[in-house]
Design a protein around this ligand. Sequence first.
Ligand code: FMN
Length: 194
Amino acid sequence: MGAKTELVCLSDLNLNYCRGCHHCLETGVCAISDDVELLKEKLLRADGIVLASSTQAQTISGNMKVLIDRLLLHVFKQSLQGKCVVSVSVGGFYGMNKVTKYLNDTAWAMGANKVGSITARSWEKGDILKEGQVLTRANKLGKNLVTAIRTKKKYPLQTFFRKTGPLKLFRKFILMYPQRMPLAYNHWKEKGWL
Ligand SMILES: Cc1cc2nc3c(=O)[nH]c(=O)nc-3n(C[C@H](O)[C@H](O)[C@H](O)COP(=O)(O)O)c2cc1C
């Protein structure tokens, strides 16, 4: 549909574990210098994000978990607000739906709208091509993503449940400990969310 896309493979990047030092919450910058900053820029610039992970031990890959942990500030800043997300997972046998749900819910908690997801069975490279309609379904999901972005589709139920769920808890936490996350506090104040 003419959307400009970019594929980023997490295993090609230098990604390190979050140390839980909260430096990002205090300064806006991670204390670890690696490829995460670059990746963050790409995520924040994108209108739509396709999160893809293979299923490992019924959950997301280690690389994907490392990335998500490193986005802590952006959970509190709701940095994915207004963006659309879809999730994709492959697995050999079981747990792929848990992966796409986790990926979509994580992006939703950062402010994104969940447009859809797709799972498929694949054990080794190429297996996916033996899966009946999977490429057709993937194609349709991609089109839905682009349409949602172009039409600025609203997701009132998702917004409602975000406000009454995670955002309510974040607000309480930010008000309780503003000194622990000054950036998030100021952001929420500017937005009139406090
Ligand atoms: C450590 C490990 C754990 C796995 N756990 C699961 C699992 O819980 N459920 C599943 O369906 N497949 C599981 N698989 C299979 C992978 O999801 C499958 O091989 C997938 O196609 C790998 O894709 P990738 O090469 O893009 O990472 C596991 C594979 C590995 C190596």
